[in-house]
Design a protein around this ligand. Structure first.
Ligand SMILES: Cc1cc2nc3c(=O)[nH]c(=O)nc-3n(C[C@H](O)[C@H](O)[C@H](O)COP(=O)(O)OP(=O)(O)OC[C@H]3O[C@@H](n4cnc5c(N)ncnc54)[C@H](O)[C@@H]3O)c2cc1C
Length: 445
């Protein structure tokens, strides 16, 4: 898809940004609150820099636009050295459900699930809209490919103890993301040739697996559409720019922006201001792409769900499957490319695990691999939760600009990015860190 990316620009936009003509109006309470904190000069647009165009960055950008008052003149600059989805988000397996591997409901799972589905709907609507009109000609991405690749995920129980834990946890499932316990026959009807070691499989019919890159690109288009829509109102006006550019240090933004939101994933730790100061560990994961050769007649049926076990199978199509993922802790290899040696090591780990639940995987051929780094947060009593908050004290300067951090999405970035992007955007707009859940800001203490 051809995104309308701006050409490379200097580190920060010129300080003197052309003001729009504005009519003085009595501010609504929410506007007044924003004005007090952020917006002393009526002629200057409020300027936010969002660093990173993965799940975190694009969710924040969307929610900043969506939740800012209509009358506010707002400019958002998104910076990413690799473009949209250039980090872990672009290569993720795309499995989405609100449960842990033991099907326990995750922290604020209901809200996270709902907010993520909202963003998915927004992205899907953009695709439908572009498909139905002539804007399609601008795009390189094949819009016939849907964002949601498969509905439903199966989680087999591997032994008696595992079955007990899963059964117990599944009782607290959400009514709008059910977990049904099914037997071997029912599982085989869903996925022919699935191996069910303990005659019990947990089926999440509403869970999905998506194509992360298509989703992110569509979400960016949705941001652009929202800007266009909001800019036709008689007040304010919204602007959104995407800069394909590497960020060297946060202090470069001082004086140019009202707020900078750092959403750089595992690479946030490479910035001099943040290096060694975030409680995050890196964990590289390799995903293998397998295809069914043309001479094999029996494909993976269209109605069959993806599978989640010691390895997962994220179904992309009847002859396309992603198998993941490896866990290499403390890796500093940030490349998404995978060498032949690394791919071979990954396959040795992944294929026996995949075969334990889907023996037919032996008929599939390896066609490629990709990798990404997860930014793993510390374990708390609520589980491994992302980390958020103001980080001004880590950046030297007079702090006319406010710095925020949104990261540590671990292995569940897709689930968390919707709700947390919304909360971060609201906290930024109101310059109020207390709008963020204390569980996610307590890392700073
Ligand atoms: C193998 C693997 C499989 C996964 N599968 C799933 C899954 O199925 N479901 C799920 O929910 N989660 C999954 N995850 C986790 C998920 O991918 C992450 O939680 C999520 O992508 C983190 O999003 P982010 O926006 O914080 O970071 P990222 O997606 O890494 O985004 C950060 C962005 O910042 C940019 N950037 C970094 N440094 C700089 C710099 N200095 N200057 C400019 N730009 C910079 C990068 O290019 C990148 O685009 C998986 C992760 C891996 C590694």
């Amino acid at each position: 898809m051809k995104l309308l990316l701006l050409p490379p620009r200097p580190a920060v936009p010129p300080p003197c940004y052309a003001p729009r003509r504005r009519t003085r109006r009595r501010a609504s309470p929410s506007m007044a609150s924003l004005s007090t904190h952020h917006y002393p000069l009526a002629e200057r647009p409020l300027r936010y820099a969002v660093l990173g165009a993965g799940f975190a960055g694009l969710s924040v950008a969307w929610h900043l636009l969506r939740h800012s008052p209509e009358k506010l003149h707002l400019r958002i600059d998104i910076y990413d050295e690799s473009g949209i989805g250039g980090g872990a988000s672009g290569i993720a397996g795309g499995l989405l459900h609100p449960y842990s591997p033991k099907v326990k409901l995750l922290w604020r799972g209901a809200e996270c699930w709902k907010e993520c589905l909202k963003l998915l709907n927004i992205a899907e609507r953009v695709v439908d809209k572009r498909n139905s009109n002539s804007q399609n000609v601008e795009l390189e991405w094949n819009l016939d490919e849907s964002i949601i690749r498969r509905r439903g995920i199966l989680r087999p129980a591997m032994d008696a103890k595992h079955l007990g834990i899963l059964t117990n946890n599944a009782q607290n499932c959400l009514p709008f993301c059910k977990i049904e316990s099914i037997d071997k026959d029912a599982a085989e009807a869903l996925v022919p040739n699935i191996k069910v070691p303990f005659n019990s499989v947990f089926h999440m019919p509403e869970a999905v697996n998506i194509h992360p890159l298509c989703y992110l690109q569509a979400l960016f288009l949705a941001c652009q559409d929202l800007v266009e829509e909001m800019s036709t109102s008689s007040f304010g006006g919204k602007e959104l720019y995407m800069h394909k550019k590497s960020i060297d240090r946060l202090s470069d933004f001082e004086g140019e922006y009202d707020a900078v939101i750092v959403c750089l994933g595992a690479k946030a730790d490479l910035l001099p201001e943040l290096s060694g100061r975030l409680p995050l560990r890196t964990c590289r994961g390799v995903i293998a792409h397998l295809q069914l050769p043309d001479n094999v007649g029996e494909t993976y049926p269209d109605h069959s769900p993806s599978i989640l076990s010691d390895a997962w199978l994220a179904v992309q199509g009847p002859r396309d499957i992603l198998v993941g993922s490896t866990w290499e802790w403390k890796s500093r290899n940030y490349s998404s490319g995978v060498s032949a040696e690394e791919a071979s090591t990954a396959l040795k780990q992944l294929l026996p695990k995949a075969s334990a639940i889907y023996p037919k995987i032996k008929d599939w051929s390896f066609v490629g691999a990709k990798a990404g780094i997860r930014a793993m947060p510390p374990l708390t009593s609520f589980g491994s939760l992302p980390i958020l908050g103001r980080i001004d004290d880590l950046v030297v300067g007079n702090h006319s600009c406010k710095y925020w951090f949104f990261g540590g999405l671990g292995a569940r970035g897709l689930l968390y990015h919707g709700l947390l992007g919304k909360l971060v955007a609201q906290a930024v707009l109101f310059n109020d860190e207390t709008l963020l859940p204390v569980e996610l800001t307590s890392w700073k203490r």
